[in-house]
Design a protein around this ligand. Structure first.
Ligand code: GAL
Length: 342
């Protein structure tokens, strides 16, 4: 009898302890954005879309990102820098109507484990994918950073699809305008012209190139920007007719201070206006690195600044830092928020 009572007590205490523990865990409330915690998709799996970008199409947001393999390893034969790697799993896509609840649409550009010679083999690197829609060809066009395991290849890759959720057909990779292409993004302007923005010349100089009408190739029109200033992780947006470019310095997976520049034309001249981040940890971008700035549909003067908080020894567990970006006294400002809602 005494023994039975003890068992009931133990079970009750166990349940109580579990509930207390569960309540204390940070949760992603369905209406709130909480940076730095694990974000689950609508099926309860952690979102795997790193270095990503978002495209708005037919009332839906599509988030594309790096689908990282689940083990991280360091390439010890690369001695000049800390080359932490996860297998390249291709490019994932998640869709959402509210930017908080994300449905996994699958790996829309899969890696090709069966073909060791392919750019998309898991041993290679597929980073910072971005997708834009071409109104003329009705194709969704993806550009991404394609690398060899030691990051010496420095190519841009291109893929196209008839649907935002793929599958995308890979068209191949190359050095745009004959030069390196590493961290990169795309920007589609209101006039339908699109630009490829990429760290070049061993990451020393940021190139901006005008794409052709199909958005699948460069036109040969390009500018060299921030010459020898080593900017990467570019994220571009337009506000009241001016172009803004947020970027990071080059410190691998480790965070550093962000910088914003403004221009009257995408091809430059770009004028540096300083760090858009304010408050504590602004000098290391809240332990994160820029990847994209999203204008929120239907809201003026309101953007989401998207960053990656890399976890270099467990890359798949890198977290997302999304913060509101607004304009104050004519300048973009990003401030840390523990949680926020639209
Ligand atoms: C960063 C870059 C990341 C990734 C990493 C590799 O500088 O922004 O996208 O390439 O280097 O160390």
């Amino acid at each position: 009898m005494e023994m039975k009572k003890l068992t009931y007590y133990s079970i009750a205490i166990g349940i109580l302890a579990f509930c207390t523990y569960a309540c204390k865990q940070p949760q992603q409330n369905s209406a709130e954005i909480i940076s730095g915690i694990v974000w689950n998709d609508t099926e309860g799996n952690p979102i795997n879309a790193h270095g990503g970008g978002i495209m708005f199409h037919n009332d839906t947001y599509y988030w594309y990102g790096e689908f990282k393999g689940d083990s991280t390893y360091r390439l010890d034969w690369v001695t000049t820098w800390e080359c932490w790697r996860a297998e390249a799993g291709g490019v994932s896509c998640y869709s959402s109507k509210d930017l908080v609840n994300w449905t996994f649409e699958g790996v829309v550009l899969p890696s090709t484990p069966e073909d060791e010679t392919s750019d998309l083999h898991p041993s290679q690197v597929i980073e910072r994918p971005k997708v834009i829609y071409n109104d003329k060809t009705k194709k969704f066009v993806m550009w991404m950073h394609i690398e060899s395991p030691d990051y010496e290849k420095a190519h841009a890759g291109v893929a196209i699809s008839d649907s935002p959720t793929g599958k995308f057909t890979y068209l191949g990779s190359f050095k745009p305008n004959g030069e390196d292409s590493r961290d990169q993004t795309l920007f589609k302007d209101d006039d339908g012209r699109a630009y490829h923005i990429y760290s070049s010349e061993w990451n020393k100089t940021l190139y901006i190139g005008l794409l052709n009408d199909e958005y699948t190739q460069h036109t040969g029109v390009y500018t060299r920007n921030f010459i020898n200033l080593s900017r990467e992780a570019p994220a571009v947006f337009k506000h009241e007719g001016k172009y803004y470019l947020i970027s990071s310095g080059c410190t691998g997976w480790d965070p550093n201070v962000a910088e914003c520049a403004v221009a009257d034309s995408m091809l430059g001249e770009w004028r540096v206006i300083g760090n858009p981040c304010i408050g504590s940890d602004a000098d290391n971008t809240y332990h994160a690195q820029s990847t994209f700035v999203l204008p929120v549909e239907g809201k003026q003067n309101f953007y989401i600044a998207m960053f990656d908080r890399w976890n270099k020894t467990n890359l798949i567990d890198s977290r997302y830092v999304w913060l509101p970006l607004t304009f104050k006294e004519g300048k973009p400002v990003v401030e840390w928020k523990d949680k926020w809602a639209f």
